[in-house]
Design a binder for this molecule. Structure first.
Ligand SMILES: *[C@@H]1O[C@H](CO)[C@@H](O)[C@H](O)[C@H]1NC(C)=O
Ligand SMILES: *[C@@H]1O[C@H](CO)[C@@H](O)[C@H](O)[C@H]1NC(C)=O
Ligand SMILES: *[C@@H]1O[C@H](CO)[C@@H](O)[C@H](O)[C@H]1NC(C)=O
Ligand SMILES: *[C@@H]1O[C@H](CO)[C@@H](O)[C@H](O)[C@H]1NC(C)=O
Ligand SMILES: *[C@@H]1O[C@H](CO)[C@@H](O)[C@H](O)[C@H]1NC(C)=O
Ligand SMILES: *[C@@H]1O[C@H](CO)[C@@H](O)[C@H](O)[C@H]1NC(C)=O
Ligand SMILES: *[C@@H]1O[C@H](CO)[C@@H](O)[C@H](O)[C@H]1NC(C)=O
Ligand SMILES: *[C@@H]1O[C@H](CO)[C@@H](O)[C@H](O)[C@H]1NC(C)=O
Length: 804
């Protein structure tokens, strides 16, 4: 622990506070803060002053608190969110001589003489008897406080009671039950405007302990679930497994509030309600590193893309406008503020008597927007369309499974889905004016594609037009989908059975096998070596389903994952072709009796596997649980860099997976207790198995072997019945980490890394899922970016072991 803390200290020292020019200690009636002057906290962590948002034209100034020791402007609190000052020179932050309030005075765009743009705004009854002597200071936790001049322990006002978009360590979110005031986070309006945006994170107003994220203070799009005593129900990962904060929710007659307190106040971190409507936690390690986010899927944020915007999880920027639409405010979109949404490029032409030249555009494969109206009378797609067309306010319709739905007013929450990810959506027919449709087609024609669309161009009877357009768009949609699925498969090669039989010399060189089938070495035409896996437990899975699943797997690429090159599907014969790893699997090196791995190699394998798993869990569109992490499934490439094999099998094999798994030898020792007890499985089972693998990398032997402690030497001997991880966890708690390392290393280990590895391994194998860290956190710990405390000895495990 001391070593790890030392790293942080060193980090902090690099950023030793430069004496700020014009920095004052406090603000008082006699000593206001003027112009460029700033107030710096005692240890130089936070700075208070006027700032102009990075990237803005520099003509708007706000009172803010920012992190002092990092080179990127990161504002944690803003005073005058709505009313910026137009100049710094005349600005003054002062304690009012009249009533003792803290106030910001200066020129604004609307006034030529100084005005009060922000004030602590306390009523005279809550101010002290000698208001003129009040002082304000910025504390090291980033809290701006106004202190009673007559009694320095009486805090009259503090910024922690009025958070903006950042939840700071030591501050609170919740409700003051006496005043009815809420402490909530509200996102900025855009990257350059701290005015309150669309998203808020606040405690549920109905009195429960749950926090809710809302759009426009009305539509809830995310719930944390209620406080269970150590975490919020829906975010167990922030429980004790959270290596950064001690999170507590407390309710008293006066308040109910959530606080996050950093275990180590040297950690530089921020938890912010972002422009994207997500809560995001970052840790500063040379730059802000994303550590945790909720909701995880950006498109789950309500109305993120505004009216008529389409949210696309796969594109770099989440929002785009559908064809025939353009951003309502191009400038705001550039600043990551999509809330204004999209506008029609040409207006609908609709007259009350129901005659219109408007047509419809198919948006294939989308998640339909909210607030639809069902039209029971419409029994066919054509009737549904005409129902929409007859109403001037109808903007779109969808027809599926015999049901007709129409939308009036703005469409919100349209989301692009992808069939290859297993979630297929519906087709939405969006109403466009005839001009709008014509413009679209001429654009298409210019591109030299989709020429058959011209079909629908002559403006004739409305229904005829609509129908032909729909037909055209259907063909187009189908073609586009076909192209998309081909492109997906194209990244994977489709092999014939004969190819692979020849490549593997009739499956003669078996490399290994598991519950899903055997793996054979093969050599393809260009002398490329491959590993061919013949799947055995698939049963009679449909060819189409198999191709879909496999093409999804083909999209998953990471330096620490074995790459899928192609596949073969011929009736019941299903094979997967992977790149070949000449060094084979980790178990050979750890338990094979040959040359053992050095500590440096072991540690880089730990980090590599953790990164690969973190990618599977957090980096892909859908979380992929590996379910079978063990040394046999960790292959090594030429550089001894680890590659995880066999991921995605749970999805491919489906129902038969657990049966296949439990019949496998050598796997049991890596299975988390919830597997064995038949509870639902989450990514936390991988964390558990990873912890077990960490112990094996540390000790160089199977956890499942039996050992006994020889008291005299404090090391372990083969023979009796203590389970190594339990013994090692005990040693870690006692602070004797050096004895747990593989004796073949002869003490040639980096103690700091060994300690980190042991601690994180102990956390990973906690019996309670909620106590285990996420893989993203594991990576951070192994990389030394965050500190981890010693865990309790996993009692449940010890119990389990003594029973068997
Ligand atoms: C504020 O600081 C900038 C750069 O340090 C300087 O150019 C400017 O004159 C200062 N303004 C005032 C009012 O002190
Ligand atoms: C101060 O509080 C009063 C009511 O308590 C409110 O009407 C007013 O807008 C507030 N002023 C500022 C600057 O916050
Ligand atoms: C950090 O914690 C140490 C020990 O608890 C304390 O002495 C120090 O004042 C704290 N620093 C801040 C900025 O809170
Ligand atoms: C000073 O303020 C504190 C906190 O409000 C209060 O508990 C204390 O009684 C006050 N002391 C005096 C002398 O008024
Ligand atoms: C509070 O609101 C939540 C969700 O809206 C609901 O499930 C819960 O029953 C409500 N609790 C009370 C006490 O009203
Ligand atoms: C947000 O809510 C307010 C009323 O609470 C309403 O007037 C406004 O139109 C809403 N904004 C949007 C974009 O719907
Ligand atoms: C977390 O904070 C609570 C309340 O402040 C305290 O009782 C508890 O001991 C703390 N837990 C840890 C692990 O520091
Ligand atoms: C509907 O109104 C338009 C003008 O607004 C007119 O040209 C058209 O003839 C009308 N159609 C019917 C069926 O009344």
């Amino acid at each position: 622990m001391s070593l790890i803390t030392a790293t942080f200290m060193a980090l902090a020292l690099c950023f030793a506070p430069a004496p700020a020019v014009g920095a004052a200690a406090t603000v008082s009636a006699r000593r206001p803060l003027r112009g460029n002057d700033t107030l710096v906290s005692a240890q130089g962590k936070f700075e208070l002053g006027l700032f102009s948002p990075a990237g803005s034209s520099g003509d708007r100034f706000y009172l803010g608190i920012w992190y002092m020791n990092i080179p990127v402007q990161t504002v944690a609190w803003v005073g005058n969110r709505v009313t910026p000052l137009s100049s710094v020179a005349t600005a003054e932050l002062r304690v009012s001589a009249d009533d003792g309030n803290l106030e910001l005075v200066g020129l604004t765009a609307a006034s030529s003489s100084p005005v009060v743009v922000w004030s602590s705004n306390l009523s005279s009854s809550s101010l002290s008897s000698s208001p003129g002597s009040n002082t304000a200071e910025i504390r090291d936790d980033g809290n701006l406080v106004l202190v009673d001049g007559g009694n320095s322990s009486n805090v009259l006002w503090q910024s922690f009671d009025h958070p903006t978009d950042t939840h700071m360590s030591g501050a609170w979110l919740g409700e003051n039950k006496l005043t009815g005031e809420y402490q909530a986070l509200t996102s900025w309006r855009n990257a350059q405007d701290p005015a309150p945006g669309m998203f808020t994170d606040t405690v549920n107003s109905n009195g429960t302990s749950e926090f809710v994220f809302m759009w426009n203070r009305s539509s809830t799009y995310y719930r944390t679930g209620v406080w269970t005593g150590s975490f919020f129900k829906n975010i167990p990962e922030t429980a004790r497994g959270n290596v950064l904060f001690n999170q507590t929710y407390i309710e008293t007659p006066a308040y109910r509030r959530l606080t996050n307190i950093l275990y180590n106040n040297e950690t530089i971190t921020r938890l912010v309600l972002d422009l994207t409507g997500q809560a995001r936690q970052y840790v500063w390690v040379e730059s802000w590193q994303l550590f945790w986010t909720a909701p995880i899927v950006q498109c789950d944020v309500y109305a993120l893309c505004g009216a008529f915007g389409v949210c696309d999880q796969r594109s770099e920027l989440p929002c785009r406008c559908p064809p025939g639409f353009a951003p309502a405010s191009e400038a705001d979109w550039k600043l990551s503020d999509w809330s204004d949404g999209c506008r029609r490029s040409s207006p609908l032409t609709c007259s009350r008597n129901g005659s219109t030249t408007d047509g419809f555009l198919e948006l294939p494969d989308v998640k339909l927007p909210d607030d639809s109206l069902a039209v029971g009378a419409a029994q066919s797609k054509a009737e549904c369309e005409s129902a929409c067309q007859k109403s001037c306010s109808c903007q779109a319709y969808a027809f599926s499974n015999g049901g007709c739905a129409v939308w009036h007013g703005d469409l919100r929450n349209v989301q692009q889905l992808y069939a290859d990810s297993g979630v297929s959506g519906s087709d939405l027919y969006l109403r466009l004016s005839a001009t709008g449709l014509r413009d679209l087609h001429s654009v298409d024609r210019k591109k030299g594609e989709n020429h058959w669309l011209v079909l629908g161009m002559t403006m004739v009877g409305v229904l005829a037009l609509g129908a032909s357009l729909i037909l055209a768009w259907r063909i187009l949609g189908a073609r586009r989908r076909r192209l998309a699925s081909m492109a997906n498969e194209n990244s994977l090669t489709v092999y014939s059975y004969g190819d692979l039989r020849a490549a593997t010399k009739n499956f003669s060189e078996r490399l290994g096998g598991g519950g899903f089938g055997s793996v054979y070495r093969g050599v393809l035409k260009q002398q490329v070596q491959v590993a061919v896996k013949k799947l055995e437990t698939l049963g009679r899975q449909g060819d189409k389903q198999f191709r879909t699943e496999v093409s999804t797997l083909g999209l998953i690429q990471h330096v620490n994952l074995v790459r899928l090159l192609g596949f073969c599907s011929l009736g019941d014969e299903k094979m997967l072709v992977y790149e070949y790893m000449p060094r084979g699997s980790l178990d050979r090196y750890l338990f094979g009796g040959g040359a053992s791995l050095s500590w440096r190699e072991r540690y880089s394998i730990m980090i590599g596997v953790a990164r690969g798993l973190a990618y599977l869990h957090h980096g892909c569109r859908e979380c992929i649980v590996h379910c079978d992490i063990k040394p046999e499934n960790i292959l090594l490439d030429e550089d001894m860099s680890p590659r995880i094999a066999d991921f995605g099998m749970a999805k491919l094999v489906g129902r038969d997976f657990s049966r296949a798994l439990t019949t496998m030898r050598g796997t049991i020792g890596y299975l988390a207790p919830e597997w064995i007890s038949g509870q639902p499985i989450s990514a936390m089972v991988d964390v558990y198995s990873f912890g077990m693998v960490l112990f094996e990398l540390i000790s160089g032997r199977r956890n499942s072997e039996e050992y006994s402690e020889v008291e005299a030497t404090g090391t372990m001997e083969r023979g009796s019945s203590t389970f190594f991880p339990v013994w090692a966890a005990g040693k870690v708690v006692e602070g004797e980490v050096s004895v747990v390392a593989d004796r073949r290393l002869y003490g040639d280990v980096r103690l700091e890394e060994l300690e980190r590895a042991c601690r994180v391994a102990c956390w990973c194998i906690q019996g309670e899922e909620v106590q285990r860290p996420t893989m993203a956190q594991v990576v951070q710990v192994l990389e030394g970016a965050v500190q981890v405390h010693a865990s309790p000895v996993p009692r449940a495990l010890q119990h389990l072991v003594t029973l068997t």
